[in-house]
Design a protein around this ligand. Structure first.
Ligand code: SD4
Length: 323
């Protein structure tokens, strides 16, 4: 796909809903079989779990949720769930979202504390309420109502890291510049025309309390539409939120771009609108109804390794870099 200029891009995004709605629902994904695509190295175990859940008779939503629960529960993944690095005040605040491309419905939670599986809470927001997003104390109280057990999410490791950060008189804060990212973003198809996208993160380490990144914002951290495919993003949410990353990629695919071209086009658009974005921490993944995938990173400094599960094979791969 040729690069599009800014006006074309805007027209693209505005016009593609119509294109997508003209296409047959879940056109040809059935031929592709189940495919799971996730960000970072912990995506591999997440994909394998998702494939197992689907094979065992679970739904695609079950698969994505249970897959994402793996890094959420792992104290060694210090950017997601239990053991995720806390905010500047030492409180772990988690964000997550899940979107069902069949119903075009999503659920998300922001700034959730003391609950280690925000993706599961996000799914219940979607399934048990008419809301899409719950934040902070309300999200926490909702989780308790749904039977989740509160627990401290700080581990000895994450507490120590926060104490070191706090004790460093020159520590970086988000009043100055962002620094620390990683999350799990996951997109999957059951091979029967259905798509789900999910993501879960503790956000930027030592963020200003109350900060909400792109991950729990529908269209930013995740987007799924059975007519087209799905996308997710990882990196500097304070930057990516301004580009509605995931929905923009899905809309580029609806207009005919392959997942890889759509990912690259979005990154190019970010640089075109602000050249400084070439140094940003930005990486994206996408999948279309043919089961084709895309994965791209803005630069070498934030180079995404992603995980792909297809036909029983589970791999870790390097994304293409724009710069
Ligand atoms: C955020 N996008 O909160 C998330 C963090 C992330 O790789 O994905 N880091 O900004």
């Amino acid at each position: 796909m040729e690069p599009v200029d800014r006006r074309d891009f805007i027209k693209t995004v505005a016009g593609t809903a119509a294109v997508a709605s003209l296409e047959g629902r879940g056109a040809v994904a059935a031929e592709a079989g189940p495919v799971f695509l996730s960000t970072w190295i912990w995506g591999k175990a997440a994909n394998e779990r998702a494939a197992e859940v689907l094979k065992g008779g679970g739904s695609l939503l079950d698969a994505i949720e249970k897959g994402i629960n793996i890094p959420e529960n792992d104290p060694n993944v210090m950017t997601v769930g239990y053991g995720g690095l806390p905010n500047a005040e030492g409180v772990v605040e988690l964000d997550a979202a899940i979107m069902d491309g069949t119903r075009h419905r999503a659920g998300s939670v922001c700034n959730l504390h003391m609950i280690k599986n925000p993706i599961s809470v996000a799914r219940l927001v979607m399934e048990k309420t008419r809301h899409t997003t719950l934040a902070g104390e309300g999200a926490f109280r909702f989780a308790l109502k749904m039977g989740f057990e509160p627990q401290t999410l700080l581990t000895p490791q994450s507490l120590q890291k926060w104490q070191e950060w706090k004790a460093d008189p020159h520590h970086k804060t988000f009043w100055l510049s962002p620094d620390n990212h990683d999350t799990i973003g996951m997109v999957g198809t059951d091979g029967k025309g259905h798509f789900v996208a999910g993501c879960s993160t503790s956000g930027s380490a030592y963020k200003i309390p109350g900060r909400v990144g792109d991950s729990p914002l529908i269209g930013c951290g995740v987007y799924a539409d059975d007519n087209v495919g799905a996308a997710s993003a990882t990196g500097d949410g304070d930057l990516m939120t301004n580009y509605c990353t995931s929905v923009s990629i899905v809309h580029l695919m609806a207009r005919g771009a392959s997942p890889q071209d759509a990912c690259m086009e979005l990154l190019r658009h970010m640089v075109k609108t602000d050249p400084q974005n070439k140094d940003g921490g930005v990486a994206v993944i996408a999948m279309n109804t043919r089961g084709e995938i895309g994965a791209a990173s803005m630069n070498e400094a934030f180079h995404l390794k992603y995980a792909l599960w297809r036909d029983g094979q589970s791999q870790l791969l390097d994304s293409v870099k724009l710069i």
